[in-house]
Design a protein around this ligand. Structure first.
Ligand SMILES: C[S@@+](CC[C@H](N)C(=O)[O-])C[C@H]1O[C@@H](n2cnc3c(N)ncnc32)[C@H](O)[C@@H]1O
Length: 225
């Protein structure tokens, strides 16, 4: 069996990033987004009793931090739902000057996502596409420097096969539910942990579920540019 890579440099960088944002797995208070309009929409979606498919708040904060820390400019999300994680990603992109394309198969989710993103004042950062992401991603040119997967877990390897070539060297692929849905993501996780061009870490901001974060290394030649 192939041994998984141990990317200490990338792990150390991520740990430092998590700690500097107060996001280390803990029960500490959540971070403010420093954006009133976005904060209002996020609070509505977080309200007790509101049944919305979305990442936990701390995971949203982690996504924003990762976008900002990596300086991502061309982001892609698979699985928009009502736009909660897209708002966090877009908040990171406000700092980098980047754009997000997000895809969902459910028309009503896409409608609500567009409304929420507009209410958060972030419509200029986000393009919401409606359709089966397996088909839509084949039509997107890329390259992307940040890809967030949060849709059908059984389709994860297909997404990888289509999108890995469209991920810029130096970019990251982030897959949600890597702990809770480890069983359904096993083929994908094996692929990214053993891929010769990727450094992958599994981490949690919630001490419950977590992410597989995969960094696409640059070649020596790419590092020079
Ligand atoms: C867990 S929710 C996404 C939550 C969202 N990322 C957030 O945190 O706000 C998963 C979403 O994936 C969408 N989905 C499932 N299969 C899909 C597919 N083949 N193409 C596009 N979207 C899909 C569902 O409609 C659902 O809205």
């Amino acid at each position: 069996m192939k041994r998984s890579r141990r990317p200490f440099g990338f792990v150390a960088w991520l740990a430092a990033a998590l700690l500097s944002a107060g996001l280390a797995p803990s029960h500490a208070q959540t971070q403010t987004t420093r954006n009133e309009a976005a904060e209002k929409v996020l609070a509505e979606l977080d309200a007790p009793g509101r049944r919305v498919r979305k990442v936990p708040r701390k995971d949203g904060e982690f996504l924003r931090l990762l976008v900002e820390a990596t300086g991502a400019k061309n982001a892609l999300e698979i699985g928009t739902s009502v736009g909660y994680s897209a708002i966090f990603i877009a908040l990171g992109l406000e700092q980098t000057g980047g754009k997000l394309t997000t895809i969902d198969i459910a028309p009503d989710q896409v409608r609500q996502a567009k409304e929420n993103i507009a209410k958060a004042g972030l419509a200029h950062r986000v393009t919401c596409l409606e359709g089966d992401a397996h088909k839509v991603v084949r039509t997107l040119e890329g390259p992307f420097d940040f890809i967030f997967f949060d849709a059908d877990k059984e389709g994860q390897v297909d997404y990888f096969n289509v999108l890995f070539p469209k991920l810029q060297p130096g970019g990251v692929m982030v897959c949600h539910n890597a702990i809770r849905h480890e069983k359904h993501l096993r083929d994908y996780l094996d692929l990214v942990k053993n891929h010769p061009q990727l450094d992958t870490v599994i981490l949690s901001a919630t001490m419950d579920d977590g992410f597989a974060v995969s960094y696409k290394r640059k070649t020596k030649q790419e590092r020079r540019h």
